[in-house]
Design a protein around this ligand. Structure first.
Ligand code: B12
Ligand code: SF4
Length: 489
């Protein structure tokens, strides 16, 4: 076949080359793109993956790669929309003969031919991408029309094959093309290197919930891999030296029994690996948390969002403040570290709400926190409502809340966010507790991370601006994108 394909993960910062390039530290590689790479390699293509968040290129070097590529595939997030679009036109200029395709979280919502591309794939691509790409290279449009979830150009006309692609049986033999990954470029949290022996595993896909600010429910249904299939992959990774595993999914604990079986499987096979999961606060009990602890879970990222019930209800979070407290305290009892994620800026949010959230993070034994200012994201229920009310324009894909949406403007929210960070992190007792807990757990990776974080806080007063969100802006595209968002959610 002898065709070269370059897959690109655009930067979330800017499309700059050489000395203007800025690293955007990443805890883990974009595993979805490496699933695509694996499927393309299996089809016989020669594949290279570039992640502009961590890969620095001189312009000439990148041009050379583009010139030698028969196809470039781009993964698009809504936040990287503009950079992805810029890349498409740049690639077209450098190599007008190369085909350009796109997929990824934003494409899965937008369902329109992305500007500058020849084909987009809506949904999960690894099962069909090999055949799709071969058909595209061969100009076999009849074949392409047989796949759902594709939009492409055929003799100047746009063909949309409808719906989207969703892998129904996740227990397959396609695994991310990890041989292509340089792990030394990953394993960074808040610009601090944690480890370079980090990997990620996707044990489930989709999310059964439908929080109003989020887009997950809009596309995929919730599906899982069997515990044995997951443990096989983890065993393989552990044998190859993985120290930390990130479960790249929305919520590992949706199916409690399955989570326990995975943990038991890890213990039975004597696998020693430290695991980071994301979870909701509403699935908590001793049996589960004890299993998590035994299986190696050392850090849980909780979407707590707020310590105010009216705000949680507004987000349709379907959790309570008490559940959040219980989750944090239970995790602490089992020696598991906790990272609480909060959103500031719900329309009804007033200073007293934020004060309550500040009090919450001080009174509960959370180990780390991250704060975001509310975004109205294309595809979410909140975006849809705001669009109906005329607060968001058709072409605005992300709008950070401001005084038009609620009582607090963006600048005030940013000030509160810094205040909350300071109140939380500038406590010697917090660091003393994390150090003691890390030592007890013999978790030297976390000990090193916390030490570096402490040094950063002590010697760099700007720390709270980079720990913080980088979202106060609007992401716009050229034309209206109200399309399928209506039917999807
Ligand atoms: C783990 C994760 C992270 C990790 C790692 C990110 C990474 N590099 O992979 C971290 C914590 C770093 C992260 C950060 C962010 N994330 Co994140 N993240 C996730 C999460 C939970 C899992 C991603 C994943 O691996 N999925 C599993 C794989 C198999 O699916 P996939 O990536 O979608 O890939 C499949 C398809 O999309 C398609 N595909 C993908 N790329 C391509 C390319 C081509 C050419 C083709 C044909 C197909 C194709 O095929 C793939 C295989 O089936 C998702 C939610 C989710 N469950 O997907 C959110 C999610 C992707 N993240 C999101 C966001 C917004 C962010 C941030 C921008 C948040 C922020 N404000 O800072 C940052 C930016 C990242 C950065 N580097 O700065 C949003 C994206 C929303 C959107 N509309 O774009 C999601 C959907 C979360 C959400 N609920 O809204 N994230
Ligand atoms: S915020 Fe979390 S629980 Fe809510 S819909 Fe999104 S992924 Fe699911």
């Amino acid at each position: 076949m002898n065709k070269n394909i370059t897959l690109v993960f655009p930067s979330f910062l800017s499309n700059a080359f050489g000395s203007k390039w800025r690293k955007n530290s990443s805890i883990v590689y974009p595993v979805g793109l490496f699933y695509i790479a694996a499927a393309l390699e299996r089809q016989g293509y020669s594949v290279r993956v570039i992640d502009f968040n961590v890969d620095k290129y001189e312009r000439e070097e990148f041009d050379e790669i583009v010139r030698s590529s028969d196809m470039v595939g781009i993964s698009v997030y809504t936040r990287s929309y503009r950079n992805a679009q810029g890349l498409c036109s740049y690639i077209r200029k450098v190599n007008p003969g190369a085909l350009i395709i796109a997929g990824g979280p934003h494409i899965n919502l937008m369902r329109e031919l992305f500007p500058g591309t020849d084909l987009i794939l809506v949904g999960e691509g690894e099962e069909v991408i090999g055949e799709v790409v071969t058909a595209l290279f061969n100009g076999d449009y009849e074949r392409l029309q047989g796949f759902p979830g594709l939009i492409f150009r055929k003799n100047g006309e746009i063909v949309n094959t409808g719906t989207f692609l969703q892998v129904s049986n996740l227990d397959t033999d396609i695994y991310p093309a990890r041989q292509l990954i340089d792990r030394s470029k990953y394993g960074e949290l808040i610009d601090i290197n944690v480890t370079d022996r980090i990997d990620s595993v996707v044990t489930s896909r989709g999310c059964p919930y439908s929080c109003t600010f989020c887009i997950r429910k809009c596309v995929f249904s919730y599906r899982v891999r069997s515990p044995e299939h997951v443990v096989d992959e983890i065993e393989q990774l552990s044998k190859s030296g993985t120290q930390i595993l990130v479960f790249n999914e929305d919520n590992f604990l949706v199916d409690r029994e399955r989570a326990i079986k995975i943990m038991d499987g890890i213990v039975e096979r004597g696998i020693k690996v430290r695991i980071l999961i994301q979870a909701r606060v509403d699935v908590v009990d001793d049996e589960l948390y004890s299993a998590l602890r035994r299986g190696g879970v050392f850090l849980i990222l909780y979407g707590i969002e707020s310590a105010n019930q009216d705000i949680l209800d507004f987000y349709d979070k379907r959790t309570t403040v008490e559940q959040a407290e219980r989750a944090i305290r239970t995790a602490k009892r089992y020696g598991i570290f906790t990272y609480g994620f909060f959103i500031l800026g719900a329309p009804m949010e007033r200073e007293e709400h934020i004060r309550r959230s500040i009090q919450f993070v001080l009174e509960n034994p959370l180990d780390f926190i991250a704060l975001n200012i509310l975004d109205y994201q294309y595809g979410s229920r909140l975006w849809k409502q705001a669009h109906k009310e005329g607060l968001v324009k058709d072409n605005q894909l992300i709008v950070t809340t401001n005084s038009r949406f609620g009582s607090l403007d963006t600048a005030t929210l940013e000030e509160f966010s810094k205040e909350m960070y300071r109140a939380f992190y500038l406590r010697p007792s917090l660091f003393a507790r994390i150090f003691a807990k890390s030592l007890r757990a013999r978790n030297f990776i976390l000990l090193k991370f916390t030490f570096k974080l402490l040094m950063k806080i002590l010697f760099n007063f700007r720390v709270f601006s980079f720990i913080s969100h980088d979202n106060p802006e609007t992401i716009e595209c050229e034309k209206s994108h109200i399309t399928d968002a209506e039917e999807m959610c």
